[in-house]
Design a protein. Structure first.
Length: 244
């Protein structure tokens, strides 16, 4: 029985990790331009693109689904393209390490039920450490579940996933990453909605990048058939010795 449980656990972890990929674009074709880089909140971010379906989802990712407006706000969209949908992801060129990561987003409580908006860390070189992945995700996962969660991978361990309901309003979502601790917070309108401290399975820094994405769970189209857009007003990183 123990071996059967172990196999099931490995299968579930593989299914979750298999929904992700390296986060990089497909290798450029001859004559194709280099990956697009944008500037947002004082940092450079690479825009993820793919020529076919890749994780998470799996979905198609395209540069046209990402823009920075004149106010400096980042727009991550899920756009229709014929019979397909193009999702969005950006990847910080810098690896930040320990510190506090803060994301300010426009009202997202009514995000389409099939869409997933993620703010997370991911290290393409660390498969044995679950890619050093930690997440704040907004989604109902195609169901009626609470619309937000804090996660440390592997998410199948009950203590690694905390769900809660994020109410309407401008939100600040953050995690403070220190040795052996990950403190996650969600505030809406300046009021603390949820806070949780992870103390088990917290990864050590490596070559992880900060990432934001907007994608379709199991590649199911938006429930209303319309474009899904998330507006991120700002991203801020505060090193441990400069936190305020």
């Amino acid at each position: 029985m123990k071996w059967l449980i172990a196999i099931c656990f490995m299968f579930l972890c593989a299914a979750r990790l298999g929904s992700q990929d390296t986060g990089e674009r497909s290798p450029p074709l001859p004559g194709e331009s280099a990956p697009r880089v944008i500037k947002f909140s004082g940092y450079e971010w690479q825009v993820k693109t793919s020529r076919g379906n890749v994780g998470p989802g799996p979905n198609l990712f395209g540069s046209e689904s990402v823009k920075v407006d004149p106010q400096g706000y980042l727009h991550l969209a899920i756009l229709p393209s014929g019979r397909r949908w193009i999702c969005s992801e950006v990847i910080s060129k810098r690896s930040f390490g320990f510190g506090e990561y803060r994301f300010v987003i426009r009202d997202i409580a009514k995000l389409d039920g099939n869409a997933v908006f993620g703010m997370f860390l991911w290290d393409t070189t660390a498969s044995q450490q679950h890619f050093r992945e930690v997440d704040i995700e907004i989604s109902r996962w195609g169901e009626t579940k609470p619309n937000a969660q804090f996660v440390i991978q592997p998410y199948v361990r009950p203590e690694n996933l905390v769900r809660f309901e994020l109410p309407s309003g401008r939100a600040e979502l953050s995690f403070k990453w220190t040795p052996g601790r990950l403190l996650c917070r969600a505030r809406v309108g300046g009021k603390l909605v949820r806070e949780y401290l992870f103390t088990k399975g917290v990864p050590e820094p490596g070559q992880e990048n900060a990432r934001l994405n907007n994608w379709l769970f199991r590649a199911a189209p938006p429930s209303d058939g319309k474009t899904v857009e998330v507006i991120v007003e700002s991203f801020k990183f505060l090193p441990l010795n400069k936190r305020r």
